[in-house]
Design a protein around this ligand. Sequence first.
Ligand SMILES: Nc1ncnc2c1ncn2[C@@H]1O[C@H](COP(=O)(O)OP(=O)(O)OP(=O)(O)O)[C@@H](O)[C@H]1O
Ligand SMILES: [Zn+2]
Length: 732
Amino acid sequence: MSTGPEQAFDYLIPDELSGEILPGRRVYVPLGRSNRRVMAYCVAVERKEYGRRKLKHVLASLDQQTLVSSHMLAMTQWMAEYYLASWGQVLEAVIPAAVRGNAGTREVTLLSVPPQVAMQLSTLKLTEKQQTVLTTLAAASKPMTPGDLADKCRVTQAPISTLRKKKLIAAEVRRVSHAHFDDLDIERESAKSLSEDQAAALRTILAQVKAPQPKPILLHGVTGSGKTEVYIQAIQNVIDQGKQAIVLVPEISLTPQTKQRFASRFDRIAVLHSHMSDVERHWQWKRIASGIVNVVVGARSAVFAPTPHLGMIILDEEHDTSFKQDSVPRYHAREVAAKRAELEQVPLILGTATPSLETFYRAKQGQYELISMPRRIGNRPLPAVRTVDMRYDKTTGYRGAISRQLYQSIQRTLQQEGQIILLLNRRGHSTHIQCPACGHIVKCPHCELPLTHHITDGSTVCHYCDFRSVAPRVCPDAKCGYSGIRFSGIGTQKLEQEVKAKFSSYPIIRMDSDTMKKPGSHEAALEKFRNQEVRILVGTQMIAKGLDFPNVTLVGVINADTALHFPDVRAGERTFQLITQVAGRTGRGDLGGEVLVQTLSPDHPAIEAATRHDYALFAERELPFRRDFQMTPFAHMVRIIARGPTQPSVELFMQQVSEEITRFIAEKGGDISQQGPAPAPIEKLRGNYRYHLLLHSFDRHLMRAAVLHCRQKITVPDEVLWIADIDPIDMM
Ligand SMILES: Nc1ncnc2c1ncn2[C@@H]1O[C@H](COP(=O)(O)OP(=O)(O)OP(=O)(O)O)[C@@H](O)[C@H]1O
Ligand SMILES: [Zn+2]
């Protein structure tokens, strides 16, 4: 029943609180030897023998309404177990702070005259003022606040207080909301008549809606195949049955376009996003919980939306890494959605053009239903993709970001009135600052990672901890001091400069996390691009997915290799996804489209498969490799990360963890393979040294047991912090 400890505790419910304390509400209980008063969640109420155990009593109840349904309680319990977090921690993550804190509401006291008093009004001995107050309140059509009553009777609070003390007036404290937000006002659109592929997809989905225990569905549709229309018509069916749907999208896809697409088709939708105020968040939560909202659209945490009659969950761009939370509880919305769908017996639809290998593998195994939509709407061809081998440009000494081929394509596109997207997944200006005389590289003092030069304010920035300093003009190494320090490597700022210099008469906009800091800037930038005020859009991966602009006829990938050589099992998969997704932004209208991919590794299997839009080819090559090396999706992974201010203590601790796991396996039997411990790719972050250890096993329970065993056995030094990341995505 508590938020801190791992397990639930039993408490007695005093008679006066019975009926108020229900599963899914919060209570105050005494905890520990000192009987500290703590807030806790009631997870079950039951009658049972407790023998001779001495149980403490619940002190007070906190909520008048239930915060989590029984399904959600079961789901959070599963999450706690699966992700090795405490149940309380999970509940705190599932119920927004705004809801727990009752944001936007206040308590009011409401006065009324009890019926037995009202019947004998004339017989009471009262002062004149008291008489006025009592008759006024008795005559009122609904309860009044003390303030309103005093105003109406033109008296002070004194006679009201006296009457309350004499119990002639009853008082009740209630929580009321003073918030209200208007519904989106968006023009209505009617249903599209479905393509053959879409109609077939919808049929398969509706069959699962009817099934007693629906299977999750992978909707694998190429870019521009019209997945959204399938979602919408499936949702319509669910709403017609009086149920609600949750649509999860990557945070970055919560654009006006997405809102508009759903709001133009459904009444009463709730769009949940990260810029929402606490008051609005609470208000939306209550609306959803009351059952009046038909469709909830939101990022990761919308998987916890308290819909009372859930009918379907949709997860768009299921491969997107933003569905994984990178703080405790480190859940993946896809896995949580699958659990919730199973508990509530509703279908889960995972849509994407580039399925994660985890999902694809489950579909191949028959665990998920697989729907393919291999054609674009209107049978439009997928754009032709050409690679530009940048190794040749090196020999000519060319150092710019834009190759000759890309330059020519941009020029031609501009002349033909088309629009252009240029992707470079690195922000900043120069990504590398080095002294050519002594080789000194300018690094972050807290992270030991190269600093990036940001030209806008002449600073150098650490992209991991945001450390900032003034860009050096001479080599900072005191022994050297050479004046010709070199800024190299290309980020989006430098690319923007180059594009501006080369195509000076065309408006351009840059979208990356530096230019898109302010709420609303994302929307504003996309709007400029949509209405063609801007012809060239330069940006990081935030421009790579979901956008549907028919006038984009050229996509250029400036450097396809940015993530290719990361020490991450999914480096190839990420590269394939990014290129396929960004390539898919063109050729969506009648004007066709082309894609140029600049790379130093044109023969890399991931890049080659992406240039052919060939997911099957990619998966065919990648899966055997993953199987041979016992990696995801065949084996399960757990990543243990430890950090601390001194390197030896972290290293020693991780060695202990590794040894303890080896010992555990030797005793228990079974198989867990260990990679490491080793310094993490980001070896030092914000002044902390980091080590990691990767565990792989076909037996996820065994791995969980091994981690729990370490938690029990090893005394962690004060300065070391460690976590276990289940199904890790981030390997840095
Ligand atoms: N049945 C249809 N008839 C006509 N147009 C359609 C139909 N279905 C979808 N469209 C249009 O086709 C375009 C592409 O659809 P949508 O954006 O849903 O594709 P998608 O599969 O989600 O692609 P991506 O994975 O690239 O985001 C949209 O402009 C949409 O309005
Ligand atoms: Zn740093």
